[in-house]
Design a binder for this molecule. Structure first.
Ligand code: S3P
Length: 171
């Protein structure tokens, strides 16, 4: 296929476990543009894990740094940017993303998300007595917000990373 040029950054949004990081990396590789990950940049800048940032500085601090990082990353060369699952919730972030980029919602259903996050210890928001109930609540609250993204691509358990990346590019 003819390589397409990216005129604006592509920003992947959606729940934790939807595959934003893995699929974003594959999309960037296929398009020959840089891949950026806001969580990864935050971890690098703070020299601490996401869970540690939440624990020591709180979620509000994390969200403020997240907005700064996304703003900076959107001002560079057009790239594929994967964001943390909460990034699109802020209206200011959405406005910034809409102005400078194209948002793509990786839309996965709850059983798939749960299957992917249940054994991981990296998500501070799921450190509760009943992580499935917490994930369900977060999911239900966020669906209407994610649906504000410009584009959406359905993620399914049977779709490989490569297949998902092709779907994102075609959309
Ligand atoms: C969050 C998702 C995480 C990370 C933080 C908060 C969220 O990113 O930013 O734990 O609010 O959904 P992933 O979506 O990459 O797991």
């Amino acid at each position: 296929p003819r390589p397409m040029t990216l005129t604006r950054p592509l920003v992947l949004v959606g729940m934790m476990g939807a595959g934003k990081t893995a699929i974003g990396g594959a999309v960037a590789r296929k398009l020959g543009v840089p891949f950026l990950d806001s969580d990864e940049e935050l971890v690098r800048a703070a020299n601490r894990s996401i869970a540690e940032i939440f624990e020591r500085d709180g979620e509000a601090f994390f969200r403020a740094r997240e907005t700064e990082v996304i703003s900076r990353l959107l001002d560079g060369v057009p790239a594929v940017l994967s964001t943390g699952g909460g990034a699109f919730l802020s209206e200011a972030n959405r406005a910034m993303i809409d102005e400078k980029a194209v948002s793509v919602w990786l839309k996965a259903d709850l059983p798939l998300l749960w299957d992917r996050v249940r054994h991981k210890k990296t998500r501070p928001l799921l450190r509760t007595d009943d992580p499935l109930a917490t994930l369900t609540e977060i999911y239900n609250a966020r669906i209407p917000v994610y649906s504000l993204a410009k584009l959406s691509v359905e993620a399914r358990a049977e779709y490989s990373i490569d297949t998902m990346a092709d779907k994102v590019i075609k959309t």
